[in-house]
Design a protein around this ligand. Structure first.
Ligand code: GUN
Ligand code: ZN
Length: 445
C-alpha cells in the first residue's frame, strides 16, 4: 500500500458554475489536502483535518500553488505530433498535403512506439491526464498508443481511424479489415486497466457507406465504447460530404442514419450546423467538441458554444493537435475565450476551468472517475503555478481573487505553469521532462 498526502490550495468543481458568483459549484480551500492511496483519492479537505486523520504519511507541500484535477482533452490526433504547425492550408488541403503523408509512417511498429512516448510526454508536461485520441488507420498505431497508456497507468481513450476512400493507398483499410481490426483492438484493450476503446470512423469523406454500416455494427456490438468522428468543420468539407451522401438530410444525418449518435458520441468541431442538426444533437445527447486553436489555425469558423448550451447540449473542449497549435488546455481555453468574445460571450474563468476538468469528464460520462478531487476518484492531479514566468509574476502582483488568478493562468499559462502532475497518484511531470530530453538526445546522435 502506498500513501501520500498532497498539500496546497485546492480547487475542485462539482458542477458547471452558472456565473462567477456561483460558489456552490466548486470547493476552494486555501490550505487543502488530498490523501492518496494506491492511485485513488481517499480523502480531501482542509489540511489540518485530513493530516490528523491520515497519521504518519509522507507530505508533499505544494503551497502556494493550486491543486486541481488533471486536464482532459476530448479530441486529439496521436499521429500528428510531427504535423503540428504546418503552414498555409485549410482543412482538405491540410489533410492531403501534410497530414495523410505523415500518418502513413505509423504502419511501422517502431515509429508508432517512439511517437507514442513523445506524445504522452507532451500530454503529461502540459497537465493533461486523460485524452481522447485518434490513432492512424494502422492497428499498430493503436497498439502503441494503448501500450504506452498502460505503461503510464493513464486513463486514455482512443481508436484506430476507419477510412476506406479519399486517402492515399497506404492509409486505407476496407470495411471488413476496419471492422476486424477494431474488434481485435477492443478485445485486446477496451476496459483493460484504465483504457477505453473509441470506435472511430474518421469522417464521412473518408468512409464509404459500406464502412459506415460496419461502424454501425461495431457500435451495436460494443455499446459501452465511445464513438468519435468529425462534423461540419469546413464549408468545402460539408459540400463534398453532401455530394458523397446525396440522400442525407444534412451532414449530421450521415452519422445519424447509421445509428452513430448517442451520449457516448463525440463530434469534433460541429461549427457550421443547420437547425435540424442542432435539434438532433439535443435529442440524441451527442456531444460537439470545440477545438479553438485548430478552428483559428485552419480558418474553419467560430463555434457557437452559447447557442448550443442554450439548447441544453453539453460541449467538450479540446486541443485537436496537430491542426490545434498547442497541447496546452490552458492555451486552448485562452483561444476559446477569444472565439466566444467575437460572439459577445465572456466565458468566466471558473466556467473555463470547470470545462477542461469536470465538464469534459461529464461529456465522457466519466465524472465518477476523473475530473474532480472527490474521495473515491482516480488521483490524476495537476499543480498550477500562476507565477511561472516573469510576465505572469508581474501580473499576479495585482491579482486579488481566485478568479483573477485563474484568468492569468488561462491567458498566459502553458506547460511552464504546470508545476507537477500526478497520474494515478504518482508524480509524472518530472519523469516526462527527463524522457523528453532523452528523445532529443536520441535524435541528435
Ligand atoms: N477531419 C478529418 N480528419 C481530420 C483531422 O485529422 N484533423 C481535423 N482538424 N479535421 C479532420
Ligand atoms: Zn480532429
Amino acid at each position: 500500500m502506498t500513501q501520500r498526502l498532497l498539500r496546497g490550495r485546492l480547487l475542485t468543481f462539482h458542477r458547471e458554475p452558472e456565473s462567477g458568483e456561483d460558489s456552490g459549484a466548486y470547493t476552494y480551500l486555501e490550505d487543502g489536502a488530498l490523501l492518496i492511496q494506491d492511485g485513488i483519492i481517499q480523502n480531501a479537505g482542509p489540511f489540518a483535518e485530513i493530516s490528523v486523520k491520515a497519521g504518519e504519511v509522507p507530505v508533499t507541500d505544494h503551497r502556494p500553488h493550486l491543486m486541481m484535477a488533471g486536464f482532459i482533452d476530448t479530441h486529439i490526433h496521436f499521429p500528428q505530433v510531427q504535423v503540428i504547425a504546418s503552414w498555409g492550408a485549410q482543412l482538405l488541403d491540410w489533410l492531403n498535403n501534410y497530414t495523410f503523408p505523415e500518418e502513413t509512417r505509423f504502419a511501422s511498429d517502431e515509429h508508432s512506439a517512439l511517437m507514442a512516448r513523445a506524445f504522452f510526454d507532451q500530454l503529461v508536461t502540459h497537465g493533461t491526464t486523460t485524452a481522447v485520441a485518434y490513432c492512424s488507420v494502422h492497428r499498430t498505431s493503436a497498439d502503441a498508443f494503448f501500450t504506452e497508456a498502460t505503461r503510464r497507468n493513464m486513463r486514455m481513450l482512443g481508436g484506430k481511424v476507419l477510412m476506406d476512400r479519399n486517402a492515399p493507398e497506404g492509409l486505407q483499410d476496407t470495411p471488413q479489415s476496419g471492422y476486424d481490426d477494431t474488434n481485435a483492438l477492443i478485445a485486446d484493450w477496451h476496459a483493460k486497466g484504465r483504457n477505453g476503446y473509441v470506435i472511430t470512423p474518421r469522417f464521412a469523406i473518408t468512409s464509404t457507406p459500406e464502412q459506415m454500416a460496419m461502424a454501425q455494427a461495431l457500435a451495436r456490438e460494443h455499446p459501452d465504447c465511445h464513438i468519435q468522428t468529425h462534423l461540419s468543420e469546413n464549408k468545402d468539407e460539408i459540400a463534398f460530404t453532401k455530394q458523397l451522401y446525396p440522400q442525407a438530410r444534412d451532414y449530421l444525418d450521415v452519422y445519424q442514419s447509421y445509428g452513430l449518435l448517442g451520449q457516448k458520441t463525440l463530434l469534433g468541431h460541429s461549427i457550421h450546423l443547420e437547425s435540424r442538426e442542432i435539434d438532433a444533437l439535443a435529442e440524441t445527447g451527442a456531444h460537439p467538441v470545440f477545438c479553438p486553436t485548430s478552428n483559428l489555425f485552419l480558418g474553419s469558423g467560430l463555434f457557437d458554444h452559447g447557442g448550443l448550451r442554450a439548447r441544453g447540449i453539453a460541449n467538450g473542449i479540446a486541443t485537436d493537435v496537430g491542426a490545434g497549435t498547442s497541447y496546452s488546455m490552458l492555451q486552448t481555453l485562452n483561444e476559446g475565450y477569444k472565439i466566444l468574445q467575437l460572439q459577445g460571450l465572456a466565458l468566466h474563468p471558473l466556467q473555463a476551468f470547470h470545462w477542461a476538468t469536470h465538464g469534459n469528464a461529464c461529456v465522457l460520462g466519466l465524472e465518477d472517475k476523473i475530473g474532480n478531487l472527490d474521495p473515491g476518484t482516480e488521483a490524476d492531479v495537476v499543480i498550477l503555478n500562476a507565477r511561472s514566468t516573469p510576465a505572469m509574476a508581474l501580473r499576479m502582483d495585482r491579482v486579488g481573487s481566485l478568479a483573477e488568478e485563474l484568468f492569468v493562468l488561462q491567458m498566459m499559462g502553458d506547460d511552464r505553469a504546470i508545476e507537477e502532475v500526478y497520474v494515478s497518484g504518482s508524480p509524472s511531470k518530472s519523469t516526462s521532462d527527463r524522457s523528453a530530453l532523452a528523445h532529443l538526445a536520441l535524435d541528435l546522435t
